[in-house]
Design a protein around this ligand. Structure first.
Ligand code: ADP
Length: 491
């Protein structure tokens, strides 16, 4: 099959969260047996010194003019990677971050059209075009209403929803400027943003209505987004399109995330190690971490949280978890970055609390290397999300023998099975879960986890051993996608 992904992120080049991991991981797995190309913006922070590069020029329409673009092409892990650099008067990708600009809509709308212009110029027929989130959703519309007529050949278009909260609500003009007649899409069954004001276009909705299949990143999330609580206004259109809605659980790259050989951690262990051995190695990794993270050396259980500090991740519950941990003879390490001033302030105020000094480590940065060491040193990870499309941190934690304590939602529900839930077998249980998104529910569960830690070690051993044996590999995920691709092509 010839598969093309168009995305805003791809690890290890450009990553903010799980989207980058999954695009990178899926492309790599699929490229083992298929011809795979990934098209990304050429962000100015990307460096390519070690790659041999090729360039291709092409033009792209915007605001009545054809603009020059350069596609920089490299081969990485058997994937044909193309980075598009537009040369219009505004530098769309010559910025220090991937997102967070007032012109994010025009930036990614232009990129969506430019990616198709580039594919048209290359003139290869494509079996599957795989687009991701709102950033590249418009390519489905552009293909069906424009580029198909220009001669671009794509058999099926698949849209991945990694997070429905972000939808790309734009003005009509944003579509007109790249050559689409926005009027045509202002209908509630196509792409109109339902919420007031009503003359706005919803880019993710464009992707949902114009793609041949819509895939949420976990089976539970696929169901949840058809409800008012989780659909963020798109529940109705998803229900109307339920015949093409699927849920495929994300996975992790077991080669990069392997505690047996991970170069970022000093003390290793494997999925065959006993829980006692894993705890022993974790303690040595902790000893390594204590100084770096300004924590008092101890034998207390270490609880971590790694992630973007945004409302979705439950910052108030994370704060509560810090206090509950300390009260229950544990230590806490937080690794999180946030673009939201209020949340940043909440945690930096907490950092000033001298009662927490030496018992809680705050790290407000994005640090991939440190994250490996934290997964390898921690005993528990807490993920109290309001919603979680899939969640990778709990899967990484399981692989590193770190017991997850999570709210039962989305992919967390599909991957964490509570020790006290009698419906799960002894082979399946691997963590602690709670239902309600409130401090009390979280507190009780964290308390329960810590009391198991101090009083029932054999049960903790079982959770660790079940966790490290779980296989959430991207290889498995990629196989499911490929199977669906085949089914779509043959339908
Ligand atoms: P989301 O996609 O909502 O950000 P996921 O759990 O799906 O959340 O994926 C988060 C990914 O980003 C994981 O690989 C996690 O380890 C990584 N990550 C998140 N925040 C940080 C950080 N501050 N430093 C290092 N890695 C991080």
């Amino acid at each position: 099959m010839r598969i093309v992904h168009i995305a805003a992120e791809m690890a290890p080049f450009a990553k903010v969260g799980g989207l980058g991991d999954v695009v990178g991981g899926l492309a790599k797995e699929m490229a083992k047996e298929h011809e795979v190309e990934v098209i990304l913006p050429r962000y100015s922070f990307l460096k390519f010194q070690t790659f041999s590069m090729k360039y291709q020029n092409f033009q792209c329409y915007e605001k009545g003019t054809l603009h020059e673009n350069i596609a920089l092409q490299i081969i990485y892990d058997n994937i044909n990677l193309s980075f598009i650099e537009p040369h219009n008067e505004i530098s769309y990708f010559n910025r220090s971050n991937i997102y967070g600009y007032s012109d994010d809509n025009p930036r990614f709308i232009y990129f969506s059209r430019a990616a198709l212009e580039y594919l048209l110029k290359k003139n290869n027929s494509i079996d599957i075009l795989h687009i991701h989130d709102w950033h590249t959703s418009l390519t489905a519309v552009l293909y069906k209403d424009l580029f198909q007529n220009l001669g671009l050949k794509i058999k099926k278009i698949v849209l991945n929803i990694h997070n429905i909260e972000y939808q790309g609500i734009c003005a009509k003009w944003d579509l007109d400027r790249i050559g689409l007649m926005s009027k045509k899409y202002l209908s509630s069954t196509l792409s109109q943003q339902k919420a007031f004001p009503t003359n706005k276009i919803n880019l993710l909705k464009c992707g949902i209505t114009f793609s041949d299949a819509v895939i949420a990143v976990s089976p539970t999330y696929a169901k949840e987004i058809t409800t008012k609580q989780y659909g963020y206004g798109l529940e109705r259109i998803l229900k109307e399109n339920k015949d093409k809605l699927y849920g495929i659980l994300n996975g992790i790259d077991n080669n990069i995330w392997n505690p047996q050989i991970d170069p970022n951690i000093p003390y290793h262990y494997s999925s065959n190690s006993s829980a006692e051995k894993i705890i022993e190695q974790k303690q040595k990794n902790k000893d390594h971490l204590y100084e770096m993270a300004r924590l008092n050396p101890s034998h207390k259980p270490l609880i971590c949280n790694i992630g973007r500090l945004v409302p979705q991740k439950g910052p108030a519950l994370i704060e509560q978890a810090i206090f509950t941990t300390i009260k229950n003879r544990g230590q806490f390490i937080l690794l999180g970055s946030s673009m939201i001033r209020k949340i940043k302030k909440q945690f930096s105020n907490l950092e000033k609390n001298h009662h927490l000094r030496g018992e809680v480590s705050f790290n407000f940065t994005y640090d991939e290397v440190l994250s490996h060491l934290i997964y390898a040193a921690s005993d528990f990870i807490i993920v109290p999300s309001l919603f979680e499309p899939c969640g990778l941190t709990q899967m990484l934690a399981l692989r590193y023998g770190t017991i997850p304590i999570v709210r039962k939602t989305g992919g967390l529900s599909d991957t964490v099975f509570d020790i006290d839930d009698k419906s799960f077998s002894q082979e399946k249980i691997n963590g602690f879960t709670f239902e309600r998104f409130d401090k009390d529910a979280m507190d009780k569960t964290l308390h329960r986890a810590l009391s198991y830690w101090y009083n029932e070690k054999q049960k903790i051993f079982r959770l660790i051993e079940n966790g490290v044996k779980t296989n959430h590999s991207l290889e498995k995920t990629a196989k499911e996608y490929l199977q669906l691709y085949k089914q779509l092509i043959n339908s």
